[in-house]
Design a protein around this ligand. Structure first.
Ligand code: NAD
Ligand code: ZN
Length: 370
C-alpha cells in the first residue's frame, strides 16, 4: 500500500510502497477515507519534536473497517470509524474514563506492523495516517456517528476534540466568560467555536495572518487582534482589564507569555500549542501571584474521543459545530508536499488527504506520480 514516508527531518515526504503486516487478534485494518494535516505532524517533519525514522505521520484519520482481529467485538468490516490514540483500558487513568491520559498504551506486539524494504516504519500516535490503509489497536477506533460525513469525521480525531475539548473539558469555560484564542489554525478555530457554543461573551481572536482573523469571525470571534509583540496590550484594552481564559494554540514561548499577559485577575492561560522540544518560558511570578493566575495544559482536549464523539456529532447535526468550513482543501496523497508548505506558512485551517472510498484509485492518480 502507498504511504507518505518521512526519512529524515527537513526532507520531503516520499510516496512509497510499504508492507502492512497481518492483522493481530487485538487489531483492526482500516481503509483510510480522510486524513488531516496537523501542526503536530509538521513539528516532526522539521525536527522541532523528535521521532524515529523512517516515519509514517498522520493522526487525524477516518475510514472504513476492512478487517477485524478475533478479539475485537465493537466494530465489524464495513463500519465507518474515526481512528484515535490507543489506550490500555486497565491503568488508573483509563479506569477513571480518562482514556486520553492512558499510562500504558498497548505496546506493539509481534513483528513490526509496517515495513519498508524490510525495515520497521514508525507509526506516529500508533496511527500513521498518511497512507491508504492503517493497522491499529482495535480499542483506538470509534464508530462515526450517524449523519456525520465520513471524511469530515476525521477532524473529530484531532482538530475538533483538541480545540473544543480545551474549552469544555480543560478550562470549562462558563457562559459570559471573556476569552482570547492565540493562533487560529485548525485547532484554534475549534477553540473559538467551542467558546461560542459554551456561551462566552467576548472571544478575541489573535493571529499573525489577517486571513485567519477573517476566518475566526466566521467561527464566532467577536473581536480580532493582529498577533505580535503588542497583542496582549490590545486584548487588555479591548476587554477592559483582560480575559478570563487565554488559549495559546500556536506552540511558542512568546505566545505563552502573551497569553499570561492578557489575563484578568483569576484568569487561566490554557496551553494547547506544543512548543519545540526543550522550550522554556520565563514567568513573571509577581504578576502571577498578584493576579492569582493559573496555567493549564491540555492534551487531546482533556477528554476521550470515545466519550466526546456523540455530543460533538449532536452539535454538528444541530448546526452549531462547523466542520466543512474547516476544510481548506481536499487533496490526493501525491499533493501532500504542497499542502505541507501551506501549513508551514499558516495559510490554511485544515487540509484533508482524501482517498476514493469505492476501493479504487484516489484523486491523485489523475496526476503523474511524485
Ligand atoms: P496551524 O499551523 O494550523 O495553526 C497555527 C496558527 O498560529 C496559524 O494560523 C498561524 O498563523 C498562527 N500563528 C503563528 N505564529 C503566531 C504568533 N506569533 N501569534 C499569533 N498567531 C500565530 O496549527 P494547528 O494544527 O492548529 O496546531 C496548533 C498548535 O497546537 C501546534 O503547536 C500543534 O502542535 C498543537 N496541537 C496540540 C494538541 C493538543 O492536544 N494539545 C493537538 C493538536 C495540535
Ligand atoms: Zn493533531
Amino acid at each position: 500500500m502507498r504511504a507518505a514516508i518521512l526519512h529524515a527531518p527537513r526532507q520531503p515526504l516520499v510516496i512509497e510502497d510499504v508492507e502492512l503486516s497481518d492483522t493481530l487478534p487485538n487489531e483492526v485494518r482500516v481503509r483510510v477515507v480522510a486524513s488531516g494535516l496537523c501542526h503536530s505532524d509538521y513539528a516532526r517533519m522539521v525536527g522541532d519534536r523528535a521521532c524515529p525514522f523512517p516515519a509514517l505521520l498522520g493522526h487525524e484519520v477516518s475510514g472504513v473497517i476492512e478487517q477485524v482481529g478475533k478479539a475485537v467485538w465493537h466494530v465489524r468490516p464495513g463500519d465507518a470509524v474515526i481512528v484515535g490514540a490507543p489506550h490500555c483500558g486497565a491503568c488508573r487513568e483509563c479506569q477513571a474514563g480518562r482514556l486520553h491520559r492512558c499510562d500504558a498504551p498497548p505496546t506493539r506486539q509481534g513483528p513490526p506492523r509496517i515495513t519498508l524494504g524490510g525495515h520497521p516504519v514508525f507509526q506516529f500516535v500508533d496511527i500513521g495516517g498518511f497512507a491508504e490503509t492503517v493497522l491499529v489497536d482495535g480499542r483506538a477506533v470509534v464508530k462515526v456517528p450517524d449523519g456525520v460525513p465520513v471524511d469530515l469525521a476525521a477532524l473529530f480525531g484531532c482538530a475538533v476534540i483538541s480545540g473544543v475539548g480545551a474549552v469544555t473539558h480543560c478550562a470549562r469555560v462558563q457562559p459570559g466568560a471573556l476569552v482570547a484564542v492565540i493562533g487560529c489554525g485548525g485547532v484554534g478555530l475549534n477553540a473559538i467555536q467551542g467558546a461560542r457554543i459554551a456561551g462566552a461573551e467576548r472571544i478575541v481572536a489573535v493571529d499573525v495572518n489577517p486571513v485567519k482573523l477573517e476566518m475566526a469571525k466566521l467561527f464566532g470571534a467577536t473581536d480580532v487582534v493582529l498577533g505580535g509583540p503588542g497583542s496582549a496590550e490590545q486584548v487588555l484594552e479591548l476587554t477592559k482589564g483582560g480575559v478570563d481564559y487565554a488559549f495559546e494554540v500556536v506552540g511558542r514561548p512568546e505566545t505563552i507569555v502573551q497569553a499570561l499577559a492578557m489575563l484578568r485577575r483569576g484568569g487561566a492561560a490554557v496551553l494547547v500549542g506544543i512548543p519545540k522540544a526543550g522550550a522554556e518560558v520565563s514567568l513573571q511570578t509577581d504578576v502571577i501571584f498578584r493576579k492569582e493566575l493559573r496555567v493549564l495544559s491540555t492534551r487531546s482536549g482533556s477528554v476521550s474521543l470515545q466519550s466526546a464523539v456523540e455530543w460533538l456529532a449532536r452539535w454538528y447535526l444541530a448546526g452549531d459545530l462547523a466542520l466543512e468550513p474547516l476544510v481548506a482543501r481536499r487533496i490526493g496523497l501525491n499533493d501532500i508536499g504542497q499542502a505541507i508548505d501551506q501549513l508551514a506558512r499558516g495559510e490554511v485551517a485544515r487540509t484533508l488527504i482524501t482517498f476514493d472510498t469505492r476501493g479504487g484509485v484516489g484523486p491523485e492518480t489523475a496526476r503523474p506520480s511524485a
